[in-house]
Write a protein that binds this ligand. Structure first.
Ligand SMILES: Nc1ncnc2c1ncn2[C@@H]1O[C@H](COP(=O)(O)OP(=O)(O)OP(=O)(O)O)[C@@H](O)[C@H]1O
Ligand SMILES: [Mg+2]
Length: 482
């Protein structure tokens, strides 16, 4: 009888509605309901799948795979997944979400629902990974292309952001083995370095295969590190190469200045404070070893090179040592295991000159090239830094730039390629005072530096400036570059 009364009916209805709502939301049953609803709904739709494999048929990396991975890991819906992995990020306090194998992530684009499955196929020895995109056939024509474009854009932005966030750490005297960091903004990439292209590709694939070899190193009982020795005369691109490696890997750089360390334990302390996914650099190691201008003992350096100190850290480390020459160095220091990859940075030859002319002057061929080639064949050579600066100084006129390189090769560069001269820029004690006389503004077009002597003054000035910068790091000056 009571139920027939309309007011009570409404009251009971509202009460039940609120009760069901509270139960659904409080218990999380709403998610199950939504899921079932979707399953039923999907029965009335036809889906189409697109696979994005990690490698193509010739086992080369599929760049789209990396972009999709970056994109998916940035989706807010990752947090709403039923199951996902939590791992530590690049910085010690970072926790990032990481897709689990066969996990499905949902995305919305222009009103269409899209599903991504992180597929892992275990085939005998090798693990194959794919992302599978599932999209309704009805939505495909409308959204597939713009959606893929959207992924490209977002992934590129994330990549840029990551690069922007890279840090250059330097050790500072009297700071108890502590690091000081500044943003790492060095623009050098493997593309901007004039070097044999096959060597560049080898280094890139060496780095990539090292990054994937964590389990392999573990199985062998080895610390997951890879050491590179970059050696060659001054101004041949060693420091630029380190920067290119960091940009390629998106790794932070820890630049250890041995002269600022007070003892071996300082070095240990510094190493223990480095984070994973980083490049640890010691520049001019030969100078420290020969001149003994550091308080760190040889065994301290060797322990560092062996990776014993790094063994407490599971994350990968790349170590890079630069030297002007490895001849005066005890071969034990450079034995395999301590240094895995040796890369020689020679003075410029004709092909290096052409690469520099292409990037600095935008000139692929020129009527003066045969003359330049002949001079190189006669054994003349200059460092890429010297040639590069002459080109920058005369960049408004490629002919004048090439002529200035020719005259520099004929005067200062004669025989350097044969090691007859081989003098390092900066060895000359009077260089600093010379360099102060040069106005950097005077380098530009028309008033350019035309001889290698002028250039050396300028280069000395840059080196001196960069030294000043690194000394005044505490006051937040720009990073040491080059
Ligand atoms: N192979 C190269 N390709 C393009 N640019 C180069 C190359 N080598 C040197 N340079 C240019 O010359 C300048 C000096 O190079 P860098 O500092 O890398 O030389 P380096 O070998 O580290 O010298 P040093 O031994 O004196 O430290 C940089 O501005 C860089 O752009
Ligand atoms: Mg250098």
């Amino acid at each position: 009888m009571i139920l027939y009364r309309p007011i009570l009916q409404i009251f009971v209805f509202v009460f039940l509605f609120v009760l069901i709502r509270v139960i659904l939301f409080k218990t999380g049953l709403i998610y199950s309901v939504k899921k079932w609803w979707r399953i039923i709904h999907d029965c009335f739709h036809v889906y189409q799948s697109f696979k994005v494999p990690e490698f193509n048929e010739s086992m080369q990396e599929n760049h789209l795979y990396k972009k999709v991975s970056l994109y998916l890991h940035s989706l807010p819906s990752m947090e709403d997944s039923d199951f996902t992995n939590l791992i530590t990020g690049k910085k010690p306090n970072d926790i990032v979400l990481c897709l689990d194998s066969n996990q499905t992530v949902e995305d919305d684009f222009l009103g269409a629902r899209i599903f991504w499955v992180n597929e892992q196929v275990e085939k005998s020895e090798s693990n194959r990974r794919n992302f599978v995109l599932k999209i309704r056939k009805a939505d495909k024509r409308r959204i597939l292309r713009p959606y893929l474009q959207h992924i490209h854009t977002v992934a590129d932005e994330i990549e840029q952001q990551r690069k922007r966030d890279l840090k250059l750490y330097m050790n500072v005297t009297g700071n108890n083995g502590r690091w000081r960091s500044i943003p790492f903004t060095h623009p050098s990439t493997f593309d901007t370095i004039a070097m044999e292209s096959s060597l560049k590709s080898k280094v890139k694939s060496d780095l990539e295969s090292f990054l994937k070899a964590k389990q392999y190193y573990n199985r062998l009982g080895r610390v997951w590190k890879r050491s590179f020795l970059l050696y060659g005369p001054s101004g041949t691109g060693k420091s630029s190469f380190v920067a290119a490696m960091a940009n390629f890997l998106s790794y932070d750089v820890f630049d250890i200045d041995l002269s600022k360390l007070l003892n071996d334990s300082d070095l240990k302390l510094l190493l223990l404070q480095t984070t994973g996914k980083s490049i640890i650099v010691i520049e001019d190691l030969d100078r420290f070893l020969i001149e003994k201008s550091t308080a760190v003992s040889l065994s301290g350096v060797l322990n560092f090179m062996d990776g014993i100190l790094n063994s407490c850290c599971a994350d990968e480390r790349i170590m890079v040592f630069t030297m002007n020459g490895k001849d005066p160095i005890d071969p034990a220091i450079l034995r395999p295991g301590r240094v895995d990859v040796h890369i020689h940075f020679p003075l410029c030859d004709f092909s290096g000159f052409k690469a520099l002319a292409d990037s600095y002057l935008g000139v692929k061929d020129h009527k003066l090239f045969p003359q330049v080639e002949e001079i190189f064949l006669n054994g003349a050579s200059l460092s890429p830094a010297e040639i590069g600066e002459l080109m920058i100084a005369n960049r408004c006129s490629p002919s004048r730039a090439i002529k200035s390189v020719i005259s520099a090769l004929q005067t200062d560069g004669d025989g350097r390629g044969n090691g007859k001269i081989g003098r390092r820029i900066g060895e000359n004690g009077s260089r600093k005072s010379d360099s102060e006389l040069v106005e950097p503004g005077g380098l530009f077009c028309n008033e350019g530096v035309h001889t290698v002597k002028d250039f050396r003054k300028f280069y000395g000035f840059l080196r001196m400036k960069s030294n000043r910068n690194s000394q005044s790091l505490d006051s937040g000056s720009s990073p040491k570059q080059g």
